[in-house]
Design a protein around this ligand. Structure first.
Ligand SMILES: [Zn+2]
Length: 125
């Protein structure tokens, strides 16, 4: 079982987000792909080449992350709005990668929250 995590490049939160993703999924650091840029998961309006590759290679835990406390990718956007953006991004990607379990992660000064989570679909009973 592999995973994929898309997150913001922010120096304060990338490592914390990765560690929480590992804790939740049980994946080791070398069992999932990452993709990072300013703004995190909400900054991609569509899925990415890297996420499609990871899914094709067997990623079945997919994390979609962002953070609050001022994200350089979304200047002036509040924590609550960022939380909602992360959740919306996860729901869009969950439609596109139906065989994976999706986790929306939101990091801020208080830690890393699981905002939403789906069960895997399209798997045999
Ligand atoms: Zn950021």
């Amino acid at each position: 079982m592999y995973g994929f995590l898309q997150l913001c490049a922010d120096r304060r939160f990338h490592r914390l987000t990765m560690l929480e993703f590992e804790r939740i999924t049980g994946l080791a650091a070398n069992e999932y792909w990452i993709e990072a840029r300013a703004g995190g998961a909400p900054s991609w309006s569509d899925n990415s080449k890297t996420s499609r590759y990871a899914y094709g290679e067997g990623a079945r835990y997919m994390g979609w992350a962002g953070h609050g406390d001022h994200c350089g990718g979304f200047p002036g956007v509040s924590n609550e709005e960022m939380r909602q953006k992360v959740e919306r991004a996860m729901k869009s990607r969950a439609e596109e990668f139906p065989q994976a379990e999706h986790i929306a992660l939101f990091a801020h000064g208080g830690g890393v929250e699981v905002v939403a989570r789906t069960a895997p679909r399209g798997t045999p009973e």
